[in-house]
Structures are given as C-alpha cells and as structure tokens.
Write a protein that binds this ligand. Structure first.
Ligand code: C2E
Ligand code: CA
Ligand code: CA
Length: 652
C-alpha cells in the first residue's frame, strides 16, 4: 500500500526516471486522445436526434478539437525534454487528464436522460471504455491513471446506481468492484516499469564502464604505460602503415639502447629506473618532434621512426643528439645518475622492405656499436648486409640439415701450468657444411639459438662427447659447452643426464661450461638446472668471465666449480696493463673463494709464465695446442705426460 501511495508521487529528485516516464507516456497519450475522440463522436452521433444540438454536437466537437490540439502537441513537441520540463509537463498532464475526464464524464451523464435504454447502455459502455483506456494509456503516470479511473467509474456508478433500472444497478455494482483490480493492475505495471528503468539505467552504466575499459585497454595495447610513448606493437603498426602508404620511400628508423641502465635499476631501485625511462622518453620526444615517432620497444630499448625527408647527415646529427641527450645527468631522489646511449640506424634505399626487415637491420647496426663496446651512432652498411645475409643462409641451412653427419667435435687440451700435464679437454663444435664448407661455431651456435635448433644440436654433440669420453684416458676430464638456452631448459638438461646414465660414464669426469647470458635471461630456471646437474656429480664452469656482466653475486649464489678467464684479457696480458690487472683480480678472487681458475687463449710462453706467477692453475690456448681431432688430442696428452715425467726425473 505504501509503495502504491509512493508511486503516485512524481520522483522529482530522479531525473533519469522522470525523462523515461515522460517518454513512455508521450508514446501512449496520443492513442488515448484518438480513442476518446472516436468514442465521444460515436456517442454524439447516436444522440443527434434525441438531445439538444449544443449537447449532442457542439460540446463533443469542442472537446474533440481540444483533444486534437493536444494530440498534435504531444506528437510534435512532446519528445526529448529535460527532466525538469518532463516534471512540469506531467504535472500539467495530471490536471489536464482530470479536467478532460470530468468534461467527458459530465457530458456523457448529461446526455443520459435524453436517450432510450439502448442509448443509456451506450453511455455506460462509453464511461467504462473511457475509464479502461485511461488506465492503460496513463499507466506510466499512476496518479493520472488512478484519478481518471476513479472519476469515470464513480460517474458511471453514481449515474446508474440511482437509475432505478435493475440492469444498470447491477452494472454499477460490478463496475464498483472493478475499480480495485484496476488499481492493482496500475500499481503492479508501474512497479515493473520502475524496475525496468532501473535495470536499463544499470545496463547503460555497465555498458559505459565496459566502453571505458575498452578504451583504456586499446590505449594500453598501443601505449607504454610508464612513459606514455607508443609501444612495440604500435611501433610496428606505424611502420607498416608508412611502408604501405609509400612503398618506394621506406622510413628511416633507429633503435636506441641505454647502456648502464640496469645498474641504475639494481642499485637505486625500480622507482629510480622508472624516472630515468620517463625522462629519456621526454628528451627523445622533444628532439624527434611531432613529425617522427618515438616508442618504447621494451626494457631500455627505444624505437624511432624519423621524420620524412631528412637527409642522411641530418639523421646522423639527430642520432648523435639523441645519444647526447642520454648522456646528460638524470636527477633521481638519491642524487643524479649518468648513463649512455647507443643507436643503430637504417637509412634504406628505395628498395622493398618489410617492417621486420627494417627493424632487424637497425637492431643489427645497434648490435655492432654495442659489440665495439662504444656508445654512439652506427648506420646499417653494405658490410652489415653481407653478414646478415650470411646469417640468414646459415639459419636456413640449419633448418634443412642433417647434423648428425656434418657436426663433429674438436678437443682442446686444458693443461696444468705447474706440471705441463693435460688434465682435461674442452670439446668444441665444428660444422663442415656440404654447401658452405666449415662454418665457425661463433656463427652457427647463435643461429641455432635463434632458430631453436640448439636443443637438438646440443644432444647430438653431447652424444659424440660421451663416445669420446669412453676413449679418452680415465684420468682426463671433458668440458662441454652449453648454450644459454640449454641451461634454462629442463627438457635438454634432463636428456643430457639420461644420456650420461645410459653411457655408463662417471659424471665426475664431465664439466659443463656456461656463460652468464644464461643467468641473465632466466636466473631461477638456470639455478634449478645447475643445482640438478651438480647434484648428479657434474661440475659447472662459468665461461668467458670478465666479458659480460661478471657479477660476484652470480658466483656466490650459484656455487660454480670453476671460472674461465676470457681470452680477451689473457691474450693481451703482456701488452695491456688493464688486461693484466683484470686477470690477476679474477685469479685472486678464485683463490679466495677456493674455486679453480682456467685461463683461455694462452698464445705464448711468456703469458703462460705470467699466469703461473699469478697463481692460475689451469690454462688452454694455441701455445699448448689448438683444438684437435680426438686421436691427436689423446696423442698430445700422452706426449705431455712423457715430457712431464722426464722433467720430473731430471729435477729429482
Ligand atoms: P669458448 O667456449 O670461449 O671457446 C673457446 C674458443 O676460443 C674456441 O673457439 C677456441 O678455438 C678458441 N681458442 C682457444 N685457444 C685460443 C687461443 O689461444 N687464441 C685464440 N684466439 N682463440 C683460442 P671456437 O671453437 O671458435 O668456439 C667459439 C665459441 O663457440 C666458444 O667459445 C663457445 O662459446 C661456442 N661453442 C663452441 N662449441 C660449442 C658447443 O659445443 N656448444 C655450445 N653451446 N657452444 C659452443
Ligand atoms: Ca667454453
Ligand atoms: Ca670461453
């Protein structure tokens, strides 16, 4: 009941509902007017003869004109109103409905006494039909519906109750009882309508939220959240678009990489790293301007699509300016930091390129600057093109080849400096391709890594290494190189362990050499695999120490059995004081940690002597022996053994 009474009031403080209510109403009211006019004119026509003209003609015609006028108004201006106007119009509608009801009701009752029994029946019918029409057409405005129902039904009941005609009295009584169910119908319809409006509103809100989410998602899909720059995906989309727009003039692109960003992140924390990236993005955007595109391709790598129509010299200058911008100090909460930037640029001729090709070339040029250990700008050159083509040919050949026959291992003796005896061999892969002849492992190992052939290749090589180990004298050990990918891959490492078990070889005769790159890509996976291999009795050497990241924390956390000092330092030990110092430091570090050190790339007697003096125990290099086929390597060890015994007996 309370709900019903509440629904009679207009919800002034609910503008959404008011407009919905008004809209629903405005589609029903014209129907009500049409019904009223038809019904009234039908009554008027039958009374033309029996009632005075003013009653049977002028009044109904006058009322119909008013109805037509209102109908036209509703049809033309009763749409799209504000909530405030809807409120006002609905208030007017309530009063208007009552006035019209009273007018039509009064008119019908006035006609009542002029008609015969049939005509009086028609009046009763007119009042009931008008009442029911009002109920259905005004349902969205319950107060108007209730008032018009009450007015028409009470007019009908009052007229017929006292007519003295038992049929009319019975009709009046049943009419009286009809009011209540009608009121109920009005109420339940209106409550449903309220619910519907609320649901529609909620749905609208949900849709708006979903659209907003969509917008944010598509923004995130194309933008880097941290810097606000275009992201990798967007970079390639823009590149494709430019290539499609004018294929004869491919865009000039650059890939920029920050040198020294990782230590900033590690030492000062990610918040400082984020500041540096944001500031770099700002500096780059200012320099490149609106005409070009700066994007963050990931980590500390940025991609630039240079503005069109810039000369090669202007691009080179801009590239230099971008690198210089990186060299400017960055302010972070803990002070200021300095980093460097390198940039690889491809300035394509008018040939046909894909986005990936352009990226690959710029990235290759960048790799070239970085491998020179300098920072600055490098353009992709004809020389680079030659290397890249070779790289692709090797990659293709790797896919096509039956390695089993073409791959083999050479063995480089590892010598104990003090005694001159061979203690182990390092197995080094050799590929004699039927098509290209001998291909250096420095070319085909990275190619195998890129094309994911490496796992298979490692297994093939390791099978050969195990066969060799069965022939190699039992006191000698064998070192085998694993790629970064192998050491992060459980499947390969499990396969290697299974192969050792099947071969019956003692795992303690085997050493795996890994580089730090493996640890950088996925430390946890590498850690797990290394622990598993060590638990099986295999020892692990950290290869090329000093060249890469050379992190003490890696040595500490992973417990290596050996460090191999990179040949880049060892080879130049006698000429370069820096190399000498690094080699000595690594040798000392190993002594302090109680792990063995191996110097690679020993090319002269002087260097071997120098290393011995520094306390390095083991060495390998051309001075002792180049990598050799197995039989020759075994012969070499035997000869060393004889020479060492001879030296021993001489000194004894
Ligand atoms: P690495 O593991 O550092 O191997 C040592 C490299 O130094 C070998 O080059 C060896 O021939 C060379 N070398 C040895 N003594 C001297 C010397 O006195 N002077 C100079 N200049 N070089 C010397 P190689 O055989 O060309 O192998 C190059 C790299 O390819 C290896 O570097 C290793 O990273 C990779 N590699 C070779 N075999 C395999 C393999 O079976 N598996 C994997 N994953 N990588 C391999
Ligand atoms: Ca090695
Ligand atoms: Ca090495």
């Amino acid at each position: 009941m309370r709900n019903f009474l509440a629904s009679l009031r207009l919800q002034k403080d609910n503008p959404t509902f008011l407009t919905a209510q008004f809209q629903a109403l405005s589609s029903q009211i014209p129907i009500l007017y049409v019904l009223l006019i038809i019904n009234a004119l039908a009554v008027a026509v039958t009374h033309l003869q029996s009632a005075p003209l003013w009653l049977s003609c002028y009044i109904p015609v006058g009322l119909s004109v008013v109805c037509i006028f209102r109908l036209c108004w509703w049809e033309t201006s009763g749409k799209d109103v504000t909530a405030e106007r809807a409120y006002r119009l609905m208030k007017i509608t309530i009063s208007g409905a009552c006035i019209l009801c009273v007018a039509f009701g009064g008119w019908a009752i006035a006609l009542y006494r002029y008609g015969d029994a049939y005509q009086q029946g028609q009046i009763a019918y007119f009042l009931v039909v008008t009442g029911i029409s009002c109920i259905f057409c005004l349902m969205h405005l319950p107060l108007a519906a209730v008032l018009t129902t009450v007015i028409t039904f009470s007019a009908m009941v009052a007229t017929f109750m006292f007519s003295g005609n038992p049929v009319f009295v019975a009709t009046a009584v049943s009419g009286l009882f009809l009011i209540l169910p009608f009121l109920r119908v009005i109420d339940s319809y209106f409550q449903n309508f309220v619910g519907l409006v609320r649901l529609t509103e909620e749905l609208k809100q949900k849709r708006a939220e979903a659209e907003e989410l969509n917008r944010v998602n598509s923004r995130n899909a194309l933008h880097d959240q941290l810097t606000g720059l275009a992201n990798r995906r967007s970079f390639f989309v823009s590149l494709e678009q430019r290539l499609q727009k004018d294929p004869s003039r491919p865009p000039v692109i650059g890939i920029l990489d920050l040198d020294g960003f990782k230590p900033v992140n590690d030492v000062f924390g990610h918040a400082a790293g984020d500041l540096v990236l944001k500031e770099t993005a700002r500096r780059f955007s200012t320099l490149v301007g609106e005409e070009g595109i700066v994007s963050r391709l990931g980590g500390d790598e940025f991609g630039i699509i240079f503005p069109c129509l810039m000369t090669r010299q202007a691009i080179a200058d801009l590239g230099q300016a971008l690198c210089a911008a990186v060299r400017d100090p960055y302010e972070i909460p803990d002070g200021s930091v300095r980093i460097f930037g390198s940039c690889g640029i491809v300035y394509p001729d008018s040939g046909k390129y894909t986005a990936e090709e352009l990226y690959e070339k710029a990235d290759f040029a960048l790799y070239q600057v970085k491998s020179k250990r300098s920072s600055g700008v490098e353009f992709f050159s004809a020389e680079h093109e030659k290397i890249l083509t070779q790289r692709h040919l090797i990659e293709l050949e790797l896919q096509a080849n039956d390695f089993d026959k073409e791959l083999k291992l050479d063995y480089q003796p590892i010598v104990e400096l003090r005694s001159g005896r061979v203690v182990a061999y390092e197995a080094l892969a050799r590929w004699d391709s039927a098509r290209f002849g001998r291909i250096s492992p420095e070319a085909f190992i990275p190619a195998a890594e890129r094309t994911a052939v490496i796992g298979r290749m490692t297994r093939i090589l390791f099978a050969k290494a195990l066969e060799a180990l069965a022939i190699i004298p039992r006191h000698l050990r064998l070192s085998f190189n694993l790629s970064a990918r192998d050491i992060c891959d459980h499947e390969t490492s499990m396969a290697l362990l299974a192969m050792i078990t099947r071969s019956g070889m003692d795992p303690r005769r085997i050493e795996f050499e890994i580089t730090e790159t493996a640890l950088l890509s996925d430390f946890d996976a590498a850690d797990q695999v290394i622990s598993m291999l060590r638990a099986a009795g295999i020892s692990i050497a950290l290869d090329d120490f000093g060249t890469g990241y050379s992190s003490l924390s890696h040595i500490h956390r992973l417990g290596f059995d050996k460090l191999k000092i990179d040949k880049a330092f060892v080879m130049n030990l006698d000429r370069d004081a820096r190399c000498m110092n690094i080699t000595r430091s690594v040798a000392n570090l190993c002594q302090n940690l109680g792990i063995a050190s191996v110097a690679e790339g020993v090319e002269s007697e002087e260097i071997a002597e120098g290393l011995k003096a520094m306390g390095v125990r083991l060495a390998q290099g051309y001075h002792f022996s180049r990598p050799l086929p197995l039989e020759l390597a075994i012969d070499y060890a035997a000869r060393c053994e004889v020479a060492a015994s001879a030296r021993n007996s001489l000194s004894a």
